[in-house]
Design a protein around this ligand. Structure first.
Ligand SMILES: Nc1ncnc2c1ncn2[C@@H]1O[C@H](COP(=O)(O)OP(=O)(O)OP(=O)(O)O)[C@@H](O)[C@H]1O
Ligand SMILES: [Mg+2]
Length: 380
């Protein structure tokens, strides 16, 4: 019966191809509510050769192999959607915020192309450009609003609306190398899917974790191969940063000090984490140095955002598999002790979504690793 098809909620699929696993989430959307329909994960981890798998980025894996895994997880999770959004690792694309004076649309397109040449380190003919007008430049806007208000009050007039013309527009610029875009289109095609969007992973990450909350927030996604840190302000990601230290390094360091092979170290890290005895702590300098590096980097980015914009990060949300490591949240809270403890938390991308009650516990547990996939499926 097709007549009432428009009443049927639409399903959206998000696919996060990470270094250690592929995660998929299917959500349906109706009347401002997202319902969790399916979710699933398939890990690249193999008992025989865990390191070999981890050492190569999933970007370097043959498309056929990745597509085969995607097909498998879609089948196992009983996914019905045929259109999907996928994420890109931060290091594979470029994003920046530029400022331009207001101008007609066709001129704006040319100006964006021109500006992009300065920011994108590869020839512009080899990338797909995307841009989004965020609004008026913040600092200037605040200053002018303030000055305008004072002046208007002095003179008993409202600020002259023509003054708006001098304001600059902030434009989010994203460039994805054509080669990478083609690769993901190929993977989708081989997996029997239509690729509807390709997003740098910090965008879906923030979408799922913040759900539009405008607070200045640092979202830290600590995955298997790398850590992504982004600052979202006004609900928009304004800085994305990626660095190498992450879950695999933590497992290696754990193995070294606890004298365990990789597979055992991986298990122990998840159970004991940083809850070590004073004796163990003495020998765990390598492990603690990695944790320190991750927290230092988060602190550095938040300071740099403050220095640039005068806006203070007042919330830290952790994501990625490593955020679940026992004792890690406490380390972050200690370092960000100027913030209330509950302003530093492990995010749950499923919160605010509708799902069967019996899934509550499991979704809360796996949530941090599924943030990117949830955010992709929330895209519409
Ligand atoms: N409870 C836990 N304690 C500590 N580490 C954990 C825990 N659960 C998962 N991890 C680690 O999290 C990592 C996987 O996280 P995640 O699924 O976010 O990675 P990924 O998305 O595949 O990687 P990347 O984003 O770097 O490509 C692995 O290194 C795993 O050991
Ligand atoms: Mg990831």
């Amino acid at each position: 019966m097709k007549l009432f098809n428009f009443l049927k909620p639409k399903s959206y699929l998000g696919i996060d191809i990470g270094t250690s696993a592929i995660k998929i989430v299917q959500l349906s959307h109706a009347r401002d509510t997202f319902r969790v329909e399916q979710y699933g994960e398939i890990t690249f981890f193999s008992k025989e050769a865990p390191m070999e798998v981890y050492q190569q980025s999933s970007l370097k894996m043959p498309d056929e192999q990745v597509a085969e895994l995607v097909r498998k997880i879609l089948h196992e999770s009983k996914v019905t959607a045929t259109k999907a959004a996928m994420s890109l690792p931060v290091f594979s694309s470029f994003s920046t915020i530029i400022e331009l004076p207001p101008m007609p649309k066709d001129e704006m397109e040319k100006a964006i192309q021109f500006e992009a040449r300065q920011y994108v380190p590869i020839p512009i003919s080899e990338v797909s450009l995307d841009s989004l007008v965020l609004g008026e430049e913040r600092k200037q806007q605040q200053e002018e609003n303030h000055a305008g208000r004072e002046e208007a009050e002095d003179q008993g007039w409202r600020a002259d609306p023509r003054a708006q013309k001098s304001k600059k527009l902030e434009i989010l610029l994203i460039a994805v190398p054509n080669e990478i875009k083609k690769k993901y289109e190929h993977i989708a095609q081989l997996a029997g899917l239509e690729l509807t969007a390709l997003e740098m992973e910090t965008f879906p990450l923030a979408r799922a974790m913040l759900k539009g909350n405008p607070t200045v927030t640092a979202v830290v996604d600590i995955g298997a191969r790398s850590t992504d840190i982004c600052i979202a302000d006004g609900g928009v990601v304004r800085i994305s940063h990626n660095f190498e230290f992450s879950g695999v390094d933590i497992t290696k360091a754990y193995g070294e000090f606890a004298k365990l092979d990789y597979v055992e170290a991986e298990k122990r890290k998840k159970v004991t984490g940083l809850n070590l005895t004073p004796g163990q702590l003495l020998g765990a300098a390598g492990l603690l140095a990695i944790i320190d590096d991750i927290i230092n980097e988060t602190e550095r980015i938040t300071h740099s955002y403050f220095n640039k914009t005068g806006r203070m990060v007042t919330r830290v949300v952790l994501a990625g598999g490593v955020s679940r490591m026992p004792g890690l949240l406490e380390q972050f809270r200690e370092r960000f002790s100027s913030l209330p403890a509950d302003a530093v938390s492990i995010g749950n991308p499923f919160s605010g979504l509708v799902y069967p009650r019996e899934l509550e516990k499991i979704l809360q547990e796996i949530g941090p690793s599924f943030a990117v996939a949830v955010g992709l499926a929330m895209r519409r």
